[in-house]
Design a protein around this ligand. Structure first.
Ligand SMILES: Cc1cc2nc3c(=O)[nH]c(=O)nc-3n(C[C@H](O)[C@H](O)[C@H](O)COP(=O)(O)OP(=O)(O)OC[C@H]3O[C@@H](n4cnc5c(N)ncnc54)[C@H](O)[C@@H]3O)c2cc1C
Length: 417
């Protein structure tokens, strides 16, 4: 089934009776060439690109809950390519290019909106750091414009320019940055993978990984044993637990990150705004809700909810930056489990176990990475070679110390990234 304006019109006039389910609900087979553990954004995009780019068909995605019920449906939907360090900048640059063609590629409206992202700075030192970041982005072929205080005022007149604690010196503007509808991204990849023959199996939790003589043989699940020649672990905040099934101890801590949404309002914020000094960022969804968040809750947890002190902190930061949002009523808040690495950069690599691969460590920035990660991880799983834009995401950097990418310069403490 393809979507088109004509089809939408026809269905609208005939009672919407012609739509069919986006994907099948198959029983798991006894054996697959490739099993992907985790039906989040990264697992689904990996399956899609394995089928589309590498012609592989005998693939299953095993999801313990429902597709898109994890972080891919819980994030604040920011998509950007504004990284500073080599290793990260080419990866996110590649991912953003995939985003720019994603709707056509998937024939699915993921509501990708390049409304522009502005990162504010509040001191001379921060300005210098953003100048360097902007130059690095431009060198990578992406876009960055340095705004002074008046330049920021032109774009974001509603900010409090009189506040004295963190006076606004300017901002780094990334016009190609923006947002997308998060669950539509999961649904679009799921539909594309299913169309190409991938079995998407929900309510199927992986409970063990079978390994013989250093080689992966398959997985144990709540729906029985499934044999596989290759297995990919793509379970975000649960990476430590699932990798432990294969006897691995990852350099990852799981932390809670909260987000908030207000009642629907008329358009008022037409960019993504990030206020690093106060740990606050915001955009407005197409439904009108102000979507915002801040920092991690600062303790390790597998709970999908956060605590009141961080809520208070985020609200205070928001009120400091744009007091007008105090009039809006917050409708919902929630949390997601973040797979934090010690340098804040992800892992896409083989493991020491033959046929077992891992894609994790996306911290709080893995939504924008969904296309790039799936593309690169599929390349690695299909060819056993690292895909160039993701070639630096090696697991052993945490053991050897070579190739660490501490993007934020905050040292090795997981919860500071
Ligand atoms: C509040 C919040 C705001 C965020 N904001 C942004 C943002 O603005 N921009 C951005 O780029 N990123 C953002 N992120 C980060 C981003 O959402 C994550 O990095 C990314 O979604 C993680 O990858 P995923 O989609 O594959 O994860 P998930 O969707 O969590 O997928 C992992 C899946 O694995 C499944 N699973 C786990 N264990 C098993 C098992 N044993 N067997 C089978 N299945 C299993 C889970 O059920 C889950 O569905 C945010 C995250 C949160 C929580």
């Amino acid at each position: 089934m393809r979507f088109s304006a004509l089809r939408v019109l026809k269905e609208g006039l005939t009672g919407n009776k012609g739509w069919t389910p986006h994907w099948r609900d198959p029983q798991p087979k006894d054996e697959y060439d490739i099993v992907i553990i985790g039906g989040g954004g990264h697992g689904l995009s990996t399956a899609y690109y394995l089928a589309k780019n590498h012609g592989l068909r005998n693939i299953a995605v095993l999801e313990k809950g429902y597709l898109g019920g994890g972080n891919v449906g819980r994030n604040t939907t920011i998509v950007r390519a504004n990284y500073f360090l080599q290793g990260n900048s080419e990866f996110y640059s590649h991912s953003l290019k995939l985003w720019e063609n994603l709707e056509e590629d998937l024939n699915y409206n993921v509501m990708h909106s390049q409304r522009g992202l502005i990162n504010l700075f509040h001191s001379d030192g921060q300005r210098d750091a953003f100048v360097r970041r902007g130059n690095s982005m431009v060198n990578q072929g992406d876009d960055a414009i340095l705004l002074d205080r008046e330049g920021v005022r032109e774009h974001l007149p509603y900010l409090d320019f009189e506040q004295t604690r963190f006076p606004i010196y300017g901002g780094l503007y990334h016009p190609r940055g923006g947002t997308a509808r998060h669950d539509a991204v999961a649904w679009g990849y799921a539909r594309g993978a299913d169309e190409r023959g991938v079995d998407l199996i929900q309510n199927c939790e992986v409970t063990g990984i079978d390994i013989e003589n250093g080689k992966v043989k398959g997985v144990q699940t709540t729906r029985g044993a499934i044999k596989a020649k290759k297995v990919g672990i793509v379970v975000a905040g649960r990476s430590g637990q699932v990798a432990a099934m294969a006897g691995m101890r990852l350099p990852i801590e799981s932390h809670v990150l909260q987000a908030f949404v207000t009642e629907g309002l008329k358009p008022v914020i037409d960019h993504v705004v990030s206020f690093g000094m106060g740990h606050f960022y915001i955009s407005q969804s197409d439904k009108g809700g102000l979507v915002f968040g801040g920092d991690l809750d600062f303790y390790s947890s597998y709970a999908s909810r956060g605590n009141l002190p961080m809520k208070e902190h985020v609200m205070e930061a928001g009120m400091t930056l744009m007091p007008m949002i105090g009039k809006a009523k917050v409708l919902r808040s929630w949390g997601g489990i973040m797979d934090m690495t010690p340098d804040g950069s992800p892992i896409i690599d083989k493991t020491d176990i033959d046929g077992l691969y891992i894609d994790c460590g996306w911290c709080y920035g893995g939504f924008k990475a969904v296309p790039g990660s799936g593309f690169s991880f599929a390349h690695l799983m299909a060819t056993d070679n690292h895909h160039a834009p993701a070639a630096k995401y090696r697991l052993d950097r945490f053991r050897t110390g070579y190739g660490l990418m501490d993007e934020e310069g905050t040292g090795s403490q997981h919860n500071l990234h």
